[in-house]
Design a protein around this ligand. Structure first.
Ligand SMILES: Cc1cc2nc3c(=O)[nH]c(=O)nc-3n(C[C@H](O)[C@H](O)[C@H](O)COP(=O)(O)O)c2cc1C
Length: 321
């Protein structure tokens, strides 16, 4: 593998990424995952247009603290100029450790504007966007996240990885599903392995890593330079330290106790409330419930706990649980 210039892929390193997940991987959740062993964090995707138009809410979505570095900000869009301008603004204002371009989102409202996974159907535009962003930010490495292709009859994993490398992208995360699959079926790690062997920039494998044993298997068999973990981390941010121990062949950490799980849930609620912008004058924090629910998954009586959380209106209601 050629040097990517990204320090977290340095000699002997095998970084664990927290996958970007819209509606979940806010600053507070990213901080939790960092604490439990995630090496690299990525913000949820934001559209280039509102960044360029200076929409405060969009800028708030991608805020991060220096303690969370390395952090990448993920952007999406279908227009090379706007993507390039958004990247310049990000570089100037936030100095992220990298800017990641989303070529994987399967959502209808994204692909219908030919952004996200939609671009896997139009190689020339995909490459033009990647090139424009790379050129726009001389001081910030650009990476990309993609799927295998649009559908089973148009798999482009290896080609797309080459197009992106050719455009100057410094690392590529691959979610082993097509756009048509959404989140169904299983991630195809053979395809990920093929792409990892075909390019010299680091490839980060993503899809269905739910435990340390699977992570170890993927590391050994796919030739990727790092792993990215999404949904499994939402209910179990401790997974990162379990995987790390497995990769280092050391004893696994003691699993969190129920009290620790509950404390983490409460801590997350507190940080979310503190970082909400703008805070609601009536103290209504029901907006945060969908973010808290995944963390209840492994607490005994989870269903009852979720019912009680659903009846909460304020942070005090939640903390008094
Ligand atoms: C709720 C949710 C939101 C997501 N948002 C994003 C996003 O903003 N950007 C992105 O590249 N992928 C996004 N993804 C995809 C994940 O990053 C990841 O590729 C996918 O969940 C597969 O990994 P996993 O099997 O470890 O969950 C999202 C996934 C979920 C479940």
């Amino acid at each position: 593998m050629a040097s990517s210039g990204l320090a977290w892929f340095g000699a002997g390193r095998f970084p664990l990424y927290l996958a970007p997940m819209a509606g979940h991987t806010d600053t507070a959740f990213r901080a939790l995952c960092k604490e439990y062993g995630a090496d690299v964090l990525v913000t949820e995707f934001v559209q280039a247009v509102p960044l360029v138009r200076d929409v405060a809410r969009t800028w708030h979505t991608i805020e991060f603290h220096d303690a969370q570095r390395p952090v990448g900000v993920q952007i999406f869009g279908a227009t090379p100029d706007l993507m390039a301008r958004a990247a310049q603004l990000l570089e100037e204002r936030l100095h992220p450790d990298f800017i990641d371009i989303n070529f994987g989102c399967p959502a209808h409202k994204v692909v219908e504007q030919n952004a996200g996974a939609g671009l896997l159907r139009t190689p020339a535009l995909l490459q033009e966007i990647a090139r424009a962003v790379v050129r726009a930010v001389p001081f910030t490495p650009v990476t990309a996240k993609m799927r295998l292709g649009w559908d089973a009859s148009s798999i482009v994993t290896v080609d797309a990885a080459r197009w992106l490398e050719d455009a100057g992208v410094r690392a590529i995360a691959i979610h082993g599903r097509t756009r048509a699959q959404g989140y169904s079926g299983e991630a195809d790690w053979l395809e990920i392995a093929r792409a990892a062997a075909a390019v010299s920039v680091p490839v980060v494998g993503n899809g269905d890593i739910r435990d340390a044993a699977t992570a170890l298997l993927r590391q050994r068999e796919s030739g990727v330079a790092g792993l990215m973990i999404g949904r499994a981390a939402l209910g179990n941010p401790w997974l990162f330290s379990e995987i790390k121990a497995a990769l280092r062949n050391t004893l696994p950490p003691a699993p969190p106790t129920d009290t620790e799980r509950m404390d983490t849930l409460m801590r997350y609620a507190r940080i979310l409330a503190a970082e909400a912008a703008p805070p609601r004058p009536d103290g209504d924090v029901r907006w945060m419930l969908p973010r808290l629910f995944p963390l209840t998954q492994q607490i005994p009586g989870a269903r009852k706990l979720r019912a009680r959380l659903s009846a909460c209106h304020t942070l005090d209601d939640i903390l008094s649980l």
